[in-house]
Ligand binder design. Structure first.
Ligand SMILES: Cc1cc2nc3c(=O)[nH]c(=O)nc-3n(C[C@H](O)[C@H](O)[C@H](O)COP(=O)(O)OP(=O)(O)OC[C@H]3O[C@@H](n4cnc5c(N)ncnc54)[C@H](O)[C@@H]3O)c2cc1C
Length: 385
């Protein structure tokens, strides 16, 4: 049993690491415990498909720095949350009651049935272990063709990486443009242009069947196309990794990142579900946004437990970049469902810049290609009245 000044942070990725570091840096005097549910040290997940898959970094090299000597890192999985008592049960059977609990367990890939059934040639790329496993498959003799299902961030980056490694890559997606949900149509069209000729794209297509057989996997598309490949990467997006809390729909939070369901429970990063003033619910699953939420949640904890100043509402202004075929794609803020996209003028005729607005006109996000400076200027106005 812990004393009730303990703050438990479940998850040691972007949000969990930032939450624990903020608690210590900003003077929390009680115990801080971080629960990490994967083998090995906590690591930077963005490096999974940019460095670990390619063998550029080992897991040790992709590890996050230790938060502080006096933060306890517990290698276990959280298996249950008692929200009314702010207590967590771990896979080793322990139950830790605490003064406050931050849910920072991130996301999990939408599982494909064949992955669940243990088919080794059908994989996800989410964890460091996934990247190591896929790397092992690439080293098998005669592996020259891969199919990637899904053209979101992970699908596009993995397709680009596998094609860069010399494989023939088929990229299949229901959407008619890669990354269109996150970047808007104009930027997504340019991303498609960057991938053209590098990977073979089957956009606007539905997968009817994935059939593993001798030496490969056959994928049947709704237009009658049959794709044969040696391995398949399924990148059909993610779900909040919150099944252990009793819901796999994520933790609904208020604007201070307090969980709706428990008085001393908070959530940050991929596990947190935000709600706009128009009632639209969404998650923001990027590294910097998750870290900013971890920091914000910790400041709310400090306010609630120790009388620190109210951090005010969390506002998503952080961004992310994607480097593809020598071109940087960048975005800031969010694109909540229903956001209105507007094309912005830029000085450079090669640049594309799109801003995203709420129904009342407020700027909530922006995305661009070759438009870094203009994007930064827009970023300063995100969520300004
Ligand atoms: C392959 C890949 C590439 C990406 N590239 C980029 C990029 O370039 N830029 C970008 O901005 N974002 C990128 N992202 C997204 C980014 O990694 C996430 O948005 C970010 O990691 C979310 O932070 P988080 O703290 O919410 O979750 P995570 O960083 O995923 O951390 C979750 C933590 O919770 C732990 N955990 C999960 N379940 C349990 C449990 N039951 N018990 C205990 N611990 C548990 C995990 O082990 C981990 O420590 C990428 C994601 C992937 C999968």
């Amino acid at each position: 049993m812990r004393d009730l000044s303990t703050v438990v942070v479940v998850g040691a990725g972007a949000a969990g690491h930032a939450a624990a570091a903020t608690l210590r840096r900003e003077g929390y005097a009680g115990s801080v415990v971080v629960v990490h549910g994967e083998p090995g040290a906590p690591y930077n997940r963005t490096l999974v498909d940019k460095a670990i898959l390619q063998g550029l970094l080992t897991l040790e090299q992709a590890a996050l720095p230790a938060v502080a000597d006096d933060v306890e890192l517990v290698p276990a999985r959280a298996t249950a949350l008692d929200a009314s008592a702010a207590a967590v049960t771990l896979s080793d059977g322990r139950r830790i009651p605490c003064a406050a609990l931050v849910v920072a367990t991130g996301s999990a890939p939408r599982r494909h049935d064949l992955v669940r059934a243990g088919e080794r040639r059908v994989v996800h790329v989410h964890t460091a272990a996934d990247a190591v496993r896929l790397r092992g498959l690439l080293e098998d003799d005669g592996v020259t063709r891969a199919t990637v299902l899904g053209a979101g961030f992970v699908g596009v980056e993995v397709a680009d990486a596998l094609a860069g490694a010399g494989l023939h890559v088929d990229l299949v997606a229901r959407s008619t443009l890669p990354l269109v949900g996150a970047l808007g149509e104009s930027v997504a069209r340019r991303v498609a242009g960057l991938l053209q000729g590098h990977v073979s794209m089957h956009l606007g297509r539905r997968v009817e069947r994935v059939a593993p057989g001798r030496g490969g996997v056959t994928i049947a598309l709704d237009d009658g196309t049959r794709l044969r490949s040696h391995l398949v990467v399924v990148a059909h997006g993610t779900m909040p990794a919150t099944a252990w809390t009793g819901t796999d729909g994520g933790i609904l939070v208020d604007d201070r990142l307090r969980a709706a369901g428990g008085p001393r429970v908070y959530a940050a990063g991929g596990a947190a579900v935000h709600e706009t003033t128009f009632g639209v619910r969404f998650r923001i699953d990027h590294w910097d946004a998750a870290a900013a939420q971890g920091t914000h949640a910790a400041r709310t904890v400090l306010h609630d437990l120790a009388g620190a100043p109210d951090p005010g509402p969390y506002v998503a202004t952080t961004g992310f970049t994607l480097r593809m075929r020598g071109t940087t794609v960048a975005a800031s803020g969010t694109v909540p469902p229903g956001a209105v996209a507007l094309q912005q003028e830029t000085d450079d005729p090669d640049a594309v810049l799109t801003s995203f607005h709420r129904p009342d006109g407020a700027l909530v996000g922006a995305a661009g290609i070759r438009a870094a400076r203009a994007l930064l200027a827009l970023r300063a106005n995100i969520h300004r009245p």
